[in-house]
Design a protein around this ligand. Structure first.
Ligand code: KIV
Ligand code: ZN
Length: 509
């Protein structure tokens, strides 16, 4: 069977998405999970962007050893040098060079002729090749480029040593049959094309990124570039989980071997959503909350009689945790520990005790504690472990004739209790004002979302927010059966990330 390479660019193109804002340790955590998922290549970043990005790619290259670690680079010597510096310690390093190929980009953005661009591409690939065997080249905006020029450009970079030819549909303009023809054209018209692997990189502006990628695979592409949950520039990139599960489910049409452990998909999707703050829409294929839910009577009837009537994949295949009653008030340490293990969480003794306390508290409030609740609880504990400020107490008073008032007590990084109170237009506003009075770092709330993790009035509410400070965006998440407490936790989570990023400790008292 032919192998299909899954190239994940969540940490580069995905992170590029407006307000992504992941810090170094979060990127490493995602890279480790991508490794467990089994992606072949991790595009870890764009080192020429900033010294921090270079450091992050270097850290991932050092720590994550199974996949190829790739760094993106402009087609110039200094950017390539930075890319190499970042990936040189990887067990399998790759440099990925991109250069505009369409006339629109060449004339309005690069201000270069086709001949000048070909020379730049040739020099850049040859320079990268002097460092590393594995060099990828992307003619940006390829789907709007003149195919005959594209063929020449690709021949030049193959000659210079490119081992992967990545064909991007940068602006998501392509339509499957036309994109497929482009891939077939490249395979038929580019001399020595068999010296390199053809790859595709599709954006989702017309909602066709996955369809275009699959058509390209049918026409001979053997690497697909994609992101978890499809995050990325504008409408995003081809979604990894959709590409992988289409190939996995339709082996009859796609007889390829994949290195992916599909059971890690759901966990990876949650992690990326949690850390980036980009929610997954409920009807999102494969990983959305409703992806495996059968609502209508006729569907439910079919499912009870024989699951294959309405189910083409099993939720377990992508690692969706069971949503039925799993643990109740009477479940003890042993049951909780076993369930954690089954869900893939290995906690130290201390962390286990903290998690178990929270679990007991939750099962006192909630009739049924489900796997989704446990996942949320563990994510909450992880966030709390790296906090500078902790939420200690909160009291809110509100109502249709009351002025919403919040009193909040936090524990400072030095362990000192700090309390303050504020009035607001509503209880959440009052809480945010009180928290901000204590922490004392200027910021603006730019987004607030709330959703319940499971059904029922006793469900855990999850709040996601974004705050902005000096042009940078920070996300925050908090979960609790009380939505005001969840809001306070989300506010603190975002502020703690802001403080950590700026190396601050907040207002001194
Ligand atoms: O969309 C695009 O063209 C890219 C390239 C850098 C590959 O992201
Ligand atoms: Zn892209």
């Amino acid at each position: 069977m032919d192998k299909l390479i899954i190239f994940d660019t969540t940490l580069r193109d995905g992170e590029q998405a407006a307000g992504g804002g992941l810090n170094m340790s979060e990127k490493l955590e995602i890279a480790r999970q991508l490794d467990r998922l089994g992606v072949d290549v991790i595009e870890a970043g764009f080192p020429a962007n900033s010294p921090e990005e270079l450091e992050t790619v270097r850290l991932i290259a050092h720590e994550v050893r199974s996949p190829v670690i790739c760094a993106l680079s402009h087609a110039n010597v200094s950017a390539i040098d930075k890319a190499w510096e970042a990936v040189r310690e990887a067990s399998s390093p790759r440099i990925h060079i991109f250069l505009s190929a369409s006339d629109i980009h060449l004339s309005y953005q690069l201000h270069k002729s086709r001949e000048q661009a070909m020379e730049l591409a040739q020099t850049a690939v040859a320079h990268a090749k002097s460092y590393v065997q594995d060099v990828e080249f992307s003619p940006m905006d390829a789907s709007r480029a003149d195919p005959s020029y594209l063929y020449k450009l690709l021949e030049i970079v193959i000659e210079a040593g490119a081992t992967t030819l990545n064909i991007p549909d940068t602006v998501g303009y392509a339509i499957p049959c036309q994109f497929g023809d482009l891939i077939s054209g490249i395979r038929q018209n580019v001399s020595h094309v068999d010296r390199a692997r053809v790859s595709v990189h599709c954006h989702d502006d017309l909602g066709l990124a996955v369809a275009n990628s699959l058509e390209a695979v049918k026409r001979g592409a053997r690497q697909v570039e994609c992101t978890i949950n499809g995050i990325g520039e504008r409408a995003g990139n081809a979604s990894l989980e959709e590409v992988v599960m289409a190939i996995h489910t339709r082996k009859d049409l796609f007889p390829f071997s994949l290195n992916i452990d599909t059971r890690e998909i759901y966990k990876t999707s949650r992690l990326v959503s949690d850390l980036t703050g980009f929610p997954v829409q409920p009807n999102k294929a494969i990983v959305g909350d409703n992806a495996f839910r059968h609502q209508s009577g006729i569907h439910q009837d079919g499912m009870v009689k024989e699951a294959s009537t309405y189910e083409i994949m099993k939720p377990q295949e992508v690692g969706v945790p069971g949503s039925s009653l799993e643990l109740g008030k009477l479940s003890g340490r042993k049951g909780f520990r076993e369930r954690l293990g089954e869900l893939g969480h290995e906690l130290s003794e201390d962390d286990f005790e903290v998690a178990f306390e929270s679990f007991k508290e939750l099962s006192g409030k909630k009739k049924r504690v489900t796997d989704k609740d446990i996942e949320s609880l563990i994510a909450q504990e992880k966030r709390a472990a790296s906090e500078l400020y902790h939420l200690d107490q909160i009291h809110v008073s509100c109502g249709d004739h009351d002025i919403p008032t919040a009193t909040v007590r936090l524990i400072s990084p030095e362990g000192i209790p700090l309390a303050d109170a504020a009035l607001g237009t509503g209880p959440v506003d009052a809480v945010y004002k009180a928290v901000n009075r204590i922490v004392g770092v200027p910021n603006k709330l730019i987004e607030f979302n709330i959703k319940s993790i499971t059904e029922g009035l006793d469900a855990i509410g999850e709040v996601r927010i974004r705050i902005e400070s000096e042009g940078k965006v920070y996300t925050g998440r908090g979960a609790s059966t009380d939505i005001i407490v969840a809001s306070a936790k989300a506010c603190l989570n975002a502020l703690n990330r802001l403080l950590a990023d700026k190396g601050l400790k907040g207002a001194s008292r």
